[in-house]
Design a binder for this molecule. Structure first.
Ligand SMILES: [Zn+2]
Length: 227
């Protein structure tokens, strides 16, 4: 079996077998692509170093979880100036490097996370045959790239501590459009967050009315903290 309409795969990937366990369908997939591009220097290489196996989860089929047993290659990079001597085969249409979810599953999890505000997704995913942890669900939302944004009229800021004294976060929301604007993580706490927020406000907030008052208040707080 090379491919099946039930589980479409990119060119160069073939299904070699399907087996069943109590937890999931195991689909063995092998890459037959003769070459891959070095992620560092972008040079193509045909020099195979070895083979290795990845075990990502894929979209469920008829409510059954699917785990791919994906056999891919490692290649030598022959570019003399490239510091990467060996690299793993990239399959950008199917899965990101080092990811444990295929791209299509990751996108589905992100859509579920946004539609359920995260928490409801924990209960919904297992019912749909997606077996992931709550941490993976939240991390998937974290991976969504920040959308492009211009000037912001009304801004909302929120600081929190991931781990007290070690890691802090700040999120900026465009309250006028109710969309996420930017986020920042820091190891240094409120003072550095204030500095970052000021730079965001300086470059993106239209200084009028409510936004101006907020911006001035934050600037006063920051100057006070700076002493
Ligand atoms: Zn290279």
């Amino acid at each position: 079996m090379s491919t099946t309409p039930l589980l479409p795969l990119p060119d160069g990937l073939d299904i070699t077998s399907i087996s069943e366990t109590p937890d999931a369908l195991l689909v063995r997939v092998t890459s037959h692509r003769p070459s891959s591009v070095c992620p560092l220097c972008r040079e193509s290489s045909h020099a195979i170093h070895s083979y290795y196996r990845r075990k990502p989860m894929d979209l469920p089929c008829a409510g059954r979880p699917i785990r791919l047993l994906l056999t891919v290659k490692k290649f030598f990079c022959r570019e003399t100036t490239c510091p990467r001597k060996i690299f793993t085969e990239r399959l950008p249409e199917l899965i990101e490097a080092s990811s444990r979810l295929t791209i299509r599953l990751r996108q589905a999890v992100q859509e579920i996370g946004f539609a359920t505000s995260g928490k409801g997704g924990e209960d919904l995913c297992p019912k749909l045959g997606i077996r992931i942890s709550d941490v993976t669900l939240l991390w998937s939302l974290h991976l969504v790239p920040t959308p492009a944004f211009g000037k912001v009229r009304v801004v909302g800021l929120d600081d929190w501590s991931w781990k007290r004294g070690q890691r802090y976060g700040t999120i900026v929301v465009n309250l006028f459009l109710r969309v996420f604007v930017k986020r920042q993580f820091s190891l240094f706490g409120l003072a550095s967050e204030g500095c970052w927020c000021l730079s965001v406000l300086n470059s993106h907030v239209i200084r009028c009315g409510q936004a101006l008052c907020f911006w001035l208040t934050l600037r006063s707080m920051f100057l006070f903290l700076q002493g």
